[in-house]
Design a protein around this ligand. Structure first.
Ligand SMILES: Cc1ncc(COP(=O)(O)O)c(C=O)c1O
Length: 441
């Protein structure tokens, strides 16, 4: 396959990858940011800087970013209000020997906006707080078994349920089962398999066909079985609605996990929920040196206040809705509906890619990523936009997708796309969500 004129060069990225691989396994701290997840030699691998909805790679290529730091950025890179709050706190210090007033202030704000929140504890990563929620549920119920419906992070209790379970003891693996929140029947079946009961059902409340009905049914199943219902809103929090998916769908869990965009890129997560369960924090052990780190707390206060005041969620829904419509029109225009579909709520879409027309899913998906990158749009399969994503960005993504779809439809007419690709198909880390939506850990 000849590479057309729009080719970007990634010489600096490829050179730095070689250097990084000598001292950093996978060359990255996050699987989904690692070179193994992008078309080899045809993708940026390292960022130099970012602003608004864009980033510049170390070769000087500029991209509209549809991954937004794996959904860690909701407002935009270098948001002026959040950055000002970070600078103001920086002048007073970062980490201290005692808590600061920021902790109570942010806890009160979260209690104000998240329906299930009565008490709050902070940590750094989503995995910290999903694991804390599971420990709380075990302490509260006196039971050990957990039912997981989604992706919940890297810790043993969860990752032991995936194919990436190397290093997880069998005695831990057997305590977690998997079910699909999209099919509450599978939840009911799993609950019935273990009459001694589950401590928790943990659900990622997105990518559901009929979310309100499914979540209500799972809420009822948790009530009947005595399991603590945990919503993992690490992605959906402050994005589906100010109060998360639970507010949007009107279903309140017992505990909620928050993270990602709550501090617009600063490392912060939170577990919150019913006072009687959260009070068990006094008896279990959940404690870390950096839980009260002040720059992230200040950033989160500024982020949530801005989301509340400036119609951020409304913007994500409106822009995301228009983007999804444009992409669906393009899919229909080129007759690609058998291979591509746009899914999830407008505020956070995904493009699901299927196998077909003689190609594996990986071949079709890798071709899409490479073509979008070639046209200046960085994507990992999600349509994660931010408040700074504007009209020009919408236009650029729609045009890039049209160019990809036009070329894809031509390439599909000639058998053997894989053999013509100048890069190997990307192997997914593992599939944990709906069909073809790979994890983003
Ligand atoms: C729904 C969900 N829960 C938990 C996590 C884990 O968060 P972290 O990677 O910050 O530990 C992720 C990360 O992608 C996630 O998407």
């Amino acid at each position: 396959m000849t590479d057309p004129s729009k080719n970007k060069t990634f010489a600096a990225s490829n050179a730095l990858l070689k250097q990084a691989l000598a001292t950093i396994p996978t060359g990255s701290q996050t699987f989904s940011k690692s070179h193994i997840q992008f078309p080899d030699g045809h993708a940026p691998l390292f960022v130099d800087r970012a602003q608004g909805a864009h980033f510049t790679d170390i070769d000087g290529n500029v991209f509209v970013d549809l991954a937004m730091g794996l959904a860690a950025i909701g407002l935009g890179y270098c948001d002026p209000d959040v950055d000002a709050a970070i600078r103001e706190q920086l002048a007073c210090g970062i980490s201290f020997s005692l808590p600061t007033r920021l902790e109570a202030e942010l806890a009160e704000l979260i209690v104000d906006v998240v329906p299930s929140a009565e008490m709050v504890r902070f940590a750094k990563n989503g995995s910290d707080v999903t694991s804390a929620a599971v420990r709380l549920a075990r302490a509260y119920t006196g039971r050990e078994r957990v039912l997981a419906c989604g992706y919940h992070g890297w810790h043993d209790w969860y990752i032991g349920t995936t194919t990436r379970d190397l290093g997880v003891p069998g005695s831990v693996r057997v305590l977690t089962d998997r079910a699909s929140a999209n099919d509450p029947e599978t939840v009911a079946t799993k609950l019935a398999e273990h009459p001694d009961g589950f401590a928790a059902i943990i659900v990622e409340p997105m990518l559901l066909d009929n979310p309100k009905a499914a979540l209500s049914e799972i809420r009822a199943l948790a009530n009947r079985s005595g399991a603590v219902l945990i919503f993992d809103e690490v992605v959906t929090g402050f994005r589906f609605a100010l109060g998360g998916a639970q507010q949007l769908y009107g279903v309140t869990p017992d505990l909620t996990c928050l993270g990602k965009s709550m501090a617009n890129g600063m490392p912060l997560s939170a577990v919150t929920g019913r006072r009687d369960i959260m009070r068990l924090m006094e008896d279990i052990f959940f404690s870390g040196t950096f839980g009260g780190e002040a720059l992230s707390l200040a950033a989160s206060l500024a982020t949530i206040r801005k989301i509340r005041k400036q119609g951020v969620v409304e913007h994500l829904w409106a822009m995301g809705g228009r983007l999804q419509t444009r992409l669906r029109q393009t899919i229909a225009k080129y007759g690609l509906g058998d291979l591509l579909s746009v899914m999830n709520e407008p505020c956070l879409g995904f493009i699901a890619v299927s196998e077909g027309r003689g190609n594996s899913q990986a071949v079709n998906r890798t071709f899409m990523l490479a073509e979008m990158i070639r046209h200046g749009v960085f994507m990992n399969g999600s349509l994660t936009i931010c408040h700074a994503f504007g009209e020009e960005d919408l236009q650029k993504v729609a045009e890039a997708f049209d160019s990809f779809a036009e070329r894809f439809s031509r390439e599909l007419e000639i058998p053997g796309l894989e053999a013509r690709l100048p890069y190997p198909p990307i192997t997914p880390i593992f599939t944990v969500r709906a069909p073809n939506a790979e994890k983003e850990g």
